[in-house]
Write a protein that binds this ligand. Sequence first.
Ligand code: FDA
Length: 491
Amino acid sequence: TENNDVPIVIIGSGYGGAVSALRLCEAGKKVVMLEMGLNWEKAGIPFSNLLKPGKSSAWLKKKSIAPFMNIFSLTPFTGILDRLNFEHINIWVGRGVGGGSLVNGGMAVTPKESYFKEVFPDLDAEKFYNHYFPLVREELKVNVIDEQFLKDCPYYKFTRVGEEEAHKAGFKTMRVPNVYDFKYMEKEFRNEVPRSALNTEVIYGNNYGKNSLDKTYLRKALETGNLEILDLHHVQTIQLNDDKSYTLKVRQIDTSGIMVADKVFNCKKLILSAGTMGTLQLLLQSHAENNFPVHEKIGKKWGNNGNFMTGRNWVKPLSGGTGAKQSTIPVGGIDNWEDPENPFFTEIAPLPMGMDVATALYLLINRVDKKGEVAYNKASQSLTLNWDESNTLKMKENAQYFIRKMNKANGGTRSHLLFDNGFGADICYHPLGGCVLGEATNEYGKLKNHENLYVLDGSLIPGTIGVNPFVTITAIAEYCIENLIKENEFA
Ligand code: FDA
C-alpha cells in the first residue's frame, strides 16, 4: 500500500469541504482533499438529463434512483446521485467533486432570523445576517429570476399556476433565489446557448448554467495552487495515533467501483466534510472498528429538516395544467411559517416529465420537534437510524392541511400518481445533524475528545433550519474555519 504524509486532509468536497479548502489555501496552507466521487469536469463526461438517465444518474447502481418513476436500467458507474435506504426513510446525497452542489436544485435560501436564533441560540445572529450570509451569497453566485421573464416564459407555467392557486387558497408566496444563472437561462430560452435547466437537467447534473461548487469555491481554492483534489478516493476508516495525528485507510476505485489501489494517508490535521451521513458513518464506524474516541453526543439530534413531499393531480386540466415544458429550477415558494397551527415552507417544485401531467409537486420543509438518532451496526457495517412515522406525524398533518386547502380553493385531488397514499414522508434531501455545533464539537466545529479533528458540514446543524440548507451550511463553515484559523489551529 502507498503511504502518504500530508499536513491537512479534508474528506469530502461539498459545501463544508469547499469553504474550508478555500480559506485554508488562502492562508497559505497546503491541503489534500479526498473525494469518493468522480471529478466530472476533469473526466469530461456529460451529465444526463431526467428523461434519459445515464452514467451520471446513480452511484454504482443497476437502476435509476429518482424519487419516482424509475424504469431505467443502468450499467453501474460512479454517478453523482446516491440513495441511502433506511426502514422509514430514504436519503438522497450527492457524490462527486462538488458534493451535493452537483445534484441539488440550487435553491439558495437564507433562513428566517427568528428560527436561526431558535436553532442556534449561542451564535451571534447579527454577525451572520450582516456578514456571513451576504458573504456566502456572493461566493455562491446567488441570483434571482427576472419577474418579466418568469411571467412570459412557458417553462414557468408550473410556478405561475402554483402561485395563483396558493393565493386563491389564502397562502403567502415568496420568490426563491438560486445559484443557477438566470441570465444564462434567458439565453437558453432564446436558443443562443446550449440548454440545461430548459432541457430537464437537474439531480443527474447540469451541463450549463448552474454555479455548482466546482465553479465557485473549489475553483478559487485550486487557483491558489495550494489544493490537491484526489477524486475516486473513498476514505474507509480513521485511526487516532498516539501522537494525536490521524491515519486514514483509503480505497481508490475506478468508475465502475472496482478497487484500483489501497492507500494510507497520515495527517496532522483532519477536516471531516463528508456530509451529514458520510461524516457520521466515518466517526461511528471508526469508533466500532478502531477504538476511535467519539463523544456521547455523536449521532444525537439528527433530523430530515422537515422534508415532506406531497402533490396534487388534476391541476387545471382544462386550461393546460402545469405545462408540458418545465424548467428544472424552482423559483417559487409558499411561506406559511408564521402560522402557529401549521407552520411550514414549501417549494413549488417542477415535474419536468416531457408531457403535461397536470400534477403539482411540493417539497414541504417543517419544524423537526422530535429528533432522530444515528447509530452504527457493526454486523452490517452500516448506519442505523432511529426514525419512524412518529417523527413525521406533524409534518404529515401540515401536508394534509395544505393539500386540503389548496384543493378546496382550486380543485384537484391528492396525488396517487406520485406517492402510494399521496404523501412522501420517506423522501429526504436534507439530512442534518448528529454532530451538533457546540455540543459534539466546540463552538467552532473542533470535535470533542480530539485535538486535531474538525467537522465542517451539515452534521453541525441540529436536524432543522426551516429552509433549504446549503446557504446555512456554507455560512456556518465560513464562521468556523475563520475562527479556527484565527485561533492558530492550523499553524
Ligand atoms: P455534501 O453532501 O454536499 O458533500 C459531502 C461529500 O463528501 C460528497 O461529495 C461525498 O461524495 C463525499 N464523501 C462522503 N463520504 C466520503 C468518504 N468516506 N470518503 C470520501 N468522500 C466522501 N439544498 C439547498 O439548500 N437547496 C436545494 O435546492 C437543494 N436541493 C437538493 C436536491 C437534492 C436531490 C439533494 C440530494 C439535496 C438537495 N439539497 C438542497 C441539499 C444540499 O445539497 C445538502 O444539504 C448539501 O450538499 C450538504 O452539504 P455538505 O457540505 O454537508 O455535504
